[in-house]
Design a protein around this ligand. Sequence first.
Ligand code: MTE
Ligand code: MO
Length: 170
Amino acid sequence: MSRPSAAPHALPVTTPTPPGSFELWGDVLHPVTLTVADLRRGWEQHRAEVVFDCATAGPQHHTFTGPLLREVMAVARPDFDPARRKERSRFLVFVSGGDGHHAVLSWAEIDADFGNAPVLLATRMDDEDLDTIGTQLVVPSDRCGARYVSAVTGIWTGRHQLAGAPSSEG
Ligand SMILES: Nc1nc2c(c(=O)[nH]1)N[C@H]1C(S)=C(S)[C@@H](COP(=O)(O)O)O[C@H]1N2
Ligand SMILES: [Mo]
């Protein structure tokens, strides 16, 4: 069932076309490229008023609107049996900005059966639509801003097999 997956560090850091779009790929059955307009059309929009800390710039206040990351990722059909929580608990989510900034989440963090974090892919920040800039990852439960990756160009999800670790499925 699993194929060899591309290493997360092979994520594209070049800007995909059209501008403001991002690729959803990895151990998935249906890789897709989505625009911010797709994000606005295809899913229920949620609103999050957040404050996060930046070590260099101090506290930042923003209002974001957009769909839930887990609902968007479902269209790519991650390659796990949805009925098996142990399979889902192995998946990583690797979010990449066009400038080379990356952040990692676990699938379980956003999964309703685990951490249930309301992580968004923003279509709008404050009074600005993000269509040309690209979507921004919104992690309302984070105290630090580092995972609020802006101008997202790629989201990879999949299993990571540690070199030398015994492999088990199930
Ligand atoms: N693409 C990208 N996103 C990024 C960063 C970055 O360097 N590149 N920095 C992060 C950090 S450390 C912080 S604190 C916030 C800053 O958000 P602000 O510029 O809206 O205050 O963006 C985050 N998202
Ligand atoms: Mo930061």
